[in-house]
Design a protein around this ligand. Structure first.
Ligand SMILES: [Zn+2]
Length: 321
């Protein structure tokens, strides 16, 4: 008996931990918005993007848990060749990140794990085509966690299909949630988890990233209508719906209304009879008997879908953060 048999649909909650500290952004916003007040956020006791306590409190209050995916991005000056140091696009990509050696980050990882949250891997920008790097990042995170990392999502939704999934499976990851878009949302990749290799490796398509919603700041009710439409679509089709809210979006001063929208989404899903939780919990609950296990020997040799992976999953998609 799966949770999907007992609930109208599943809502998987995920958070990509990209920038827990508002460092470079403070300067950027101060200049862009001509609001020097943002510079106050550089003071050491003000960390508006460190929203983890708020998120944990909110989810505890709602009686749910989620997944936090941690990034181990390469350092521009330590890990990248000097020719890349001068390119401004690399400053945003590699600078202002965090380290898994940061004691606050290590304490956070352990606290999340102790409290029943899932800790997963946010594969660094170039790792989607670098099996060695992916293996290193997984091992590194597991050493901080002191336990097994089951899955996660690639940074910027970078994906070579199906090669990235092959790499992820090779390094021992069991699921991925990178298949989606940073500017569109919905069930364009179907309502169900995908098994690209017809084995125990599972892809949970990303249904909604918060940044893709329209008018959240100016007309939050319009954004809510879209959330409600997606929830109804999920319920009507017994779907697995996966959402991504970056932790910095819970800073109401920087991203007004996004935190409230997240709470409302979870509350409504629970009201509608959904199972709500982290993808890792759902993964453990799924029946991982493969088609080959289920079919009689005579038919097991025929692939369940004769189309190529390219036809089934389309071309490469990239998104932001
Ligand atoms: Zn990211």
């Amino acid at each position: 008996m799966s949770v999907l048999d007992e609930h109208s649909f599943a809502l998987c909650l995920t958070h990509d931990v990209d920038r827990p500290y508002k460092t470079y952004q403070s300067l950027y916003y101060a200049v862009r918005d001509r609001r020097p007040g943002h510079l106050l956020d550089l003071l050491p006791w003000r960390e508006p993007f460190w929203t983890f306590e708020d998120i944990m409190r909110m989810e505890e209050d709602l009686g749910v848990r989620s997944a936090f995916y941690f990034l181990n991005e390469q350092h521009l000056f330590h890990d990248r060749p000097p020719r890349e140091w001068v390119r401004p696009e690399n400053w945003m990509l590699y600078l202002g990140r965090y380290s898994l050696d940061d004691p606050d980050i290590r304490a956070l990882v352990r606290r999340l794990d102790d409290g029943g949250w899932e800790v997963g891997l946010h594969g660094s920008y170039g790792s989607y085509r670098d099996r060695g790097r992916l293996a290193f990042e997984r091992e590194r995170l597991e050493s901080v966690l002191g336990g097994r990392v089951l899955g996660g999502r690639q940074h910027h939704l970078n994906l070579d299909r199906p090669q990235t999934w092959r790499y992820q499976a090779d390094v021992g990851l069991r699921y991925d949630t990178s298949l989606g878009s940073s500017d569109g949302y919905g069930f364009q990749h179907g309502y169900d988890p995908i098994r690209p290799f017809d084995d125990e490796f599972v892809v949970f398509p990303l249904t909604l990233m918060e940044a893709a919603l329209p008018a959240v700041r100016s007309a939050p009710e319009r954004a809510w209508d879209e959330c409600e439409r997606l929830l109804a679509d999920a319920r009507d089709n017994g779907a697995v719906m996966t959402v991504l809210w970056h932790p910095c979006y819970f800073s109401d001063r920087d991203f007004p209304n996004y935190g409230g929208l997240y709470r409302r989404l979870v509350e409504r899903a629970l009201d509608m009879g959904a199972w709500v939780g982290p993808p890792g919990d759902l993964y453990r609950d799924l029946d991982h008997a493969t088609a080959a296990d289920r079919e009689p020997a005579s038919t097991a040799a025929a692939p369940p879908d004769a189309r190529s992976d390219e036809e089934r999953f389309g071309a490469q998609a990239t998104g932001q953060d």
